[in-house]
Design a protein around this ligand. Sequence first.
Ligand code: MSP
Length: 527
Amino acid sequence: MKSKDPAKNTFAITTPLYYVNDLPHIGSGYTTIAADTVARFQRLRGKSVLMITGTDEHGQKIQRTAQSKGRSPQSHCDLVVSGFESLWQQLNIQYDRFSRTTASNHELIVKEFFQRVWDQGDIYLNQQQGWYCVSCEEFKEERELLEDKHCPIHTNQKVEWRDEQNYFFRLSKYQVQLETFYQERPEFIQPESRRNEVLSFVKQGLQDFSISRINVDWGFPLPIDPSHTIYVWFDALLAYVTALLDPDSEPTLENALSKWWPINLHLIGKDILRFHAIYWPAMLMSAGITIPGCVFGHGFLTKDGKKMGKSLGNTLDPFELVKKYGSDAVRYYFLKEIEFGQDGDFSETRFINVLNSDLANDLGNLLNRTLKMAHKYFKGQIPDINGEDIAVTHPLKTIGTSLGEQVTQAYESLAFSQGCEAILALVRSCNKYIDETAPWGLYKQGELEALAQVLYSVLESVRLAAYLLSPITPNISNAIYEQLGFSNDFNDKSLINSSENFVKQISWGYLSKNQILGQPQPVFQRL
Ligand code: MSP
């Protein structure tokens, strides 16, 4: 995701703001892992990054959940929020802002924004009739519904009939402006399939949507008519803006938009594409605010083909998964095994096989056996040789030389799976190369120069793999770097990285000769 203005060295990224009807499940974890990986990658390459996550706490869905648990809405939200914070910590998520829609500064931002839209004449009172899914917090077209008036996403929930006065936002007024915008900024909606989905939806003609409720108390009162509360989605999208405020600055739109706006990337699941790709830009147009860089809608994690979700109750407990296998394993599996953008089913057998094969065997054992040889044959030092001393036709150097650029491209386009595959291809070539060159034989024959080349080129390739994997598996990358004799900490967010350092590190040949190596230890325990 390139910034529109290449001179701008900031990068702001958001996850959706999750509903707090229940503790987070692995679906919420999935988006957040991906966002954290992008944030870490952008930091690594020298950008100043702001990663935003948070919670969406108003609306009927939350009000009802709190009621059913006998709690006040606020105390219910506080309880669930602590669950989110704890999961993010366990998944090693380094967010910068946690935006809660119940935060007091948020109400002021919503009010100011509402006023701008009101002043444009884009809000009016009308009668709303239609089928409403409380789990989606969205009106549905009759033709979208499943048998017996069930929601197509929350297939166990019936939609409810509504016939009430609501305030509406004049979305239809922005039909042409939006269509022009999509033409001018083809990268705004990604991947391509989602863009097409949006374009064909917009082509059918946009209808105004209601932005207030009269039967829901749990929300901000509408500034112009306090007998209504603001519709949860109108409020929630704006919490991305509130999140940009520095903690001690006055909550005004001007302050919020001063440093990090426009947000570079909104990472979302495909279920909430319309809100982000149609409603949100139209709301911003109305308020005279520039539109973010990109909305990327990824696929669903499914179980037996159905979207995993809190409302359907078919989820996988991420706390259990991390406790059992560790954060790097979980992060790696979901990003490597599911092509970002597509749906993917989870299977524990597949999970174990992939991790054992990629991380324990191919990568972990490779480092372990090479380090042992370096200890045995070169007294625990990198051999006395530089990357430049190795011929450009060398099999590992050839792959390694183009890998940095290739994986950078993959991260830029959120093709995590392809990035991992490319890194793993180098690792597998290393294993093959060791088997073919048989360094133990070279040692016996006294061919120390050839031996030095073999060990240097493998250790350097493992280093490069670890560096490029670090946004996904920071702990494993730390362990590898430490054993190679470095003192980097890929989890240290305060480290100022530079783009120059990034370019050096992604170049094959960075490892210095004679560096003292650490003791070989497994970097990933076989599951
Ligand atoms: N509160 C709204 C978002 C407001 S953003 C201003 C919301 N919340 S949610 O908790 O229901 O879902 C948020 C996101 O969680 C989804 O868009 C998606 O990114 C992620 N996922 C929830 N279930 C998922 C799967 N089963 N699979 C993948 N991602 C899923 O919608």
